[in-house]
Design a binder for this molecule. Structure first.
Ligand SMILES: [Fe+2]
Length: 190
């Protein structure tokens, strides 16, 4: 399945295990260790931007839906995600936690991560999620703020969205729509 999206990419993917995510999981007692997601970084490059493919299997983290660890970008770097297969929820939270929103996206839809928004991708199932992203190769992601709070502002669980009590004041979660088309000009990512 993944092969059709990574072509002749011949590196091993970077694998994040559930044990690598333990600090950010809703259920602190969740101890099962398995592959949480696969990152195929640098499947291609174009015009100074890198194209990655990530696969998040649909395997629950206890009552919490599978997700990425979550990070911020430095400076004014954004990112453009497109769902290649399955469904995704992108949880975005502004650095100063003045704004938190979620975007549901299905196959073919695109979500833009604006600068200064931390982001977490959730697989709401029931299929495995495969998504791509275009991003500048010029920076390293910052995982510290999400790690310090032991997760994003909200956890997406079988009981719906649950606020992370490690944040003091969290705005109500708002929802945005995904975009139907990927922007043709991605130079704003550089
Ligand atoms: Fe990112």
């Amino acid at each position: 399945m993944i092969k059709q999206f990574i072509g002749d990419y011949n590196k091993q993917p970077d694998i994040r295990l559930t044990s690598d995510l333990k600090e950010v999981l809703f259920d602190k007692n969740f101890t099962k260790d398995f592959d949480a997601y696969y990152m195929y970084r640098g499947v291609k490059e174009n015009d100074g931007l890198r194209y990655d493919v990530t696969m998040i299997p649909f395997r629950m983290f206890g009552v919490e839906f599978p997700k990425t660890k979550g990070h911020y970008h430095p400076d004014d770097y954004g990112e453009v995600y497109t769902v290649l297969s399955g469904k995704a929820i992108y949880l975005l939270q502004k650095e100063d936690i003045s704004d938190v929103y979620a975007v549901f996206a299905k196959q073919g839809e695109t979500v833009i991560i604006p600068p200064h928004y931390g982001h977490i991708t959730i697989n709401p199932g029931p299929e495995d999620l495969i998504m791509s992203n275009w991003v500048s190769p010029e920076f390293s992601s910052n995982y510290t703020p999400v790690l310090e709070k032991e997760g994003g502002c909200y956890f997406f669980t079988e009981d719906g969205w649950i606020k992370n009590s490690n944040y003091k004041d969290i705005p109500e979660l708002r929802f945005e729509k995904a975009q139907q088309e990927k922007p043709e000009d991605l130079s704003f990512l550089k």
